[in-house]
Write a protein that binds this ligand. Structure first.
Ligand code: NAD
Length: 481
């Protein structure tokens, strides 16, 4: 039986008003397994109406009440871990084991974190000494906000926006990626079970160019929190900026992984395999450009390729799979086109590069993890976000040289640095043009910390109180006594 996904508006599951639907595919076998609404402006208007109705009560609810409901959603996500992880593997092609270990626990933590954070969120006061006046600053919810998320970490990133938005007292119109809608659909039912009042969260499915853009253009939606590609982010900014909407844009990356010979080699090697190929390399934080200090370059090359060779490409539902399917045929073709042209870009394939045929999943979108040696950081393989299981390798001699190469891209999301030298750690960290930097680790996240990118990787920061600041408007009240 086909899985029918519906819009979640005002606490109800409803068909799109135009009765138009989009096929939903399972990338592990290329089969259409369901359909989702191809929502239009009318559906977005219904979601806005529901959010508007819910806002006066929700924004005046006590922090304890909001916190309790968010914590209940967190618990229910945990309880439904198997079902939600299965949904992610089916929609995205990621290994089920990865979804169980990372995606779903993090989606739960997003709600639990903001359930706690909202009870600790405070504002400032300033006494104007000598003027007999006192200022206090209030942070008010914005009203209705829009949250739009991508396909690579579906529920993880969807909830990363929704949890702080509703914790701060807003009502939300949200759209998950049309490529991975199932976990967001299941979240609607969880919110009802947790007692989230109707209309506080509305989830509308459909294409970015229609449903997504209708959210961005809606005059009553006061802020847009968007995670996705840089081109889409720029398009959204062009629409939203003249409307003076608050904007948080988490966009693409082309992150450097800088390895000095004085690092803890074993830790670095194992983590670098993960930071290169986790989630089929489809994480905005993957270190896709690996720079290795000359003295250990040849050793690293040999050891890295040996480790990459141990990764098993396979059916996401097989527990022993390390690398599942890429998210779609279109994406597989895009990633493969870089591999096929790699020689023209001055690259030499050291490992991988071929599509993989998985028995029983012949129509799935599988690709070997691929390692390409490049000579010039300016080549397209090092300049463009490929967002798949591909990394490039390049040796470097000097600290200054590697900093220039690391910064020599339009993006500035994250970087990884491997060294045991404290002075070097400080010098290099201060020079790197990124929003997030990991030293001797990768993707170790503390949800209190600010998250976001510089340059073409976005504007604004989410995470911790930064997210609560984004989803609130400041008002200063000055009282003379
Ligand atoms: P995308 O930009 O194609 O789509 C993202 C979302 O935006 C989807 O829900 C899509 O339907 C919607 N959308 C598309 N066009 C729209 C429009 N005109 N108006 C409104 N919404 C629109 O990105 P994607 O292919 O889903 O995701 C991959 C990209 O996301 C990569 O570039 C990756 O680096 C980036 N990403 C960034 C972060 C981060 O935190 N910086 C995290 C994950 C992914």
């Amino acid at each position: 039986m086909k899985q029918i996904i519906k819009n979640y508006i005002g606490g109800e599951f409803v068909n799109p008003t135009n009765d138009e639907w989009i096929d939903n595919l399972n990338p592990s076998n290329g089969e259409v397994y369901g359909k989702i609404p191809n929502s239009s402006v009318k559906d977005i208007q219904m979601a806005v109406d529901a959010a508007k109705k819910a806002f006066p009560i929700w924004s005046n609810s006590t922090l304890n009440k909001r916190s309790e409901i968010l914590a209940k959603i967190a618990r229910l996500i945990q309880e439904k871990q198997q079902e939600l992880a299965t949904a992610e593997a089916k929609d995205n092609g990621k290994p089920l084991a990865l979804a169980k270990k990372i995606d779903i626990p993090r989606a739960s933590s997003n709600f639990q974190f903001f359930a706690n954070a909202i009870t600790q969120f405070s504002s400032d006061s300033h006494e104007s000494v000598g003027y007999d006046a006192f200022n206090f600053t209030v942070r008010e919810p914005l009203g209705i906000v829009g949250c739009i998320s991508p396909w690579n970490l579906p529920l993880y990133l969807f909830t990363w926006k929704i949890a702080p938005a509703i914790a701060a007292g807003n009502c939300v119109v949200a759209k998950p990626s049309e490529i991975t809608p199932l976990s967001a659909f299941l979240l609607g039912e969880i919110c009802n079970q947790a007692g989230l009042p109707k209309g506080v969260l509305n989830i509308v499915h459909g294409k970015g160019s229609s449903a997504g853009e209708a959210i961005v253009k809606h005059p009553e939606i006061k802020a847009i929190s968007f995670t996705g590609g840089t081109i889409t982010g720029s398009h959204i900014a062009k629409i939203a900026s003249p409307m003076f909407k608050k904007l948080s844009l988490e966009l693409g990356g082309k992150n450097p992984n800088i390895i000095f010979s004085d690092c803890n080699y074993e830790d670095m090697l194992i983590t670098t395999v993960r930071s290169s190929f986790a989630n089929q390399g489809q994480i905005c934080l993957c270190g896709s450009r690996i720079f290795v200090e000359e003295g250990i370059y040849e050793k690293f090359k040999k050891d890295f390729i040996a480790e990459v060779g141990k990764l098993k490409v396979g059916n996401p539902f097989d527990e022993s799979t390390d690398i599942g399917a890429l998210v779609s045929k279109k994406h597989l073709e895009k990633v493969k086109s870089y591999i096929d042209a790699s020689e023209d870009y001055g690259g030499k394939i050291l490992y991988g590069g071929e599509k993989v045929n998985i028995e029983g999943c012949e129509k799935g979108y599988y690709l070997q993890p691929t390692v390409i040696e490049v000579k010039d950081n300016q080549c397209r393989l090092n300049q463009e976000e490929i967002f798949g299981p591909i990394v490039t390798l390049m040796p470097f001699k000097k600290e200054k040289e590697v900093i220039e190469m690391a910064n020599g891209v339009k993006y500035g999301l994250s970087a990884t640095l491997w060294t045991n030298n404290l002075n070097r750690t400080m010098r290099v960290s201060k020079c790197l043009e990124v929003g997030v930097l990991w030293v001797n680790t990768w993707l170790l996240r503390d949800l209190r910390t600010p998250f976001g990118g510089m340059k073409a990787s976005g504007i604004g920061r989410e995470g911790g109180f930064e997210a609560l600041r984004f989803f609130t408007e400041l008002k200063n009240i000055c009282i003379k006594y």
